[in-house]
Design a protein around this ligand. Structure first.
Ligand SMILES: [Zn+2]
Length: 67
């Protein structure tokens, strides 16, 4: 999928409120995060609700879209 299309793909079907929410979540998801254990920026979401650092291997349960 081409970057940027994910946001447009929703169209008008779901209304502006939900689209805004989706955009917020999307941005949240793409944000760089810092590992609380080693400070590396390789900290990212591995699965729904699980966040991990690819540098030190630290794992943490968090929200599906945000820590
Ligand atoms: Zn780490």
């Amino acid at each position: 999928m081409v970057k940027g299309k994910a946001l447009k793909g929703l169209g008008n079907k779901y209304g502006a409120t939900l689209r805004n929410k989706y955009t917020t979540v999307y941005i949240e998801l793409k944000q760089k995060r810092v590992c609380p254990n080693c400070g590396s920026s390789k900290f990212k979401r591995l699965n729904n609700g699980i966040w991990g650092c690819s540098r030190c291997g630290f794992k943490e349960a968090g929200g599906a879209y945000a820590v």
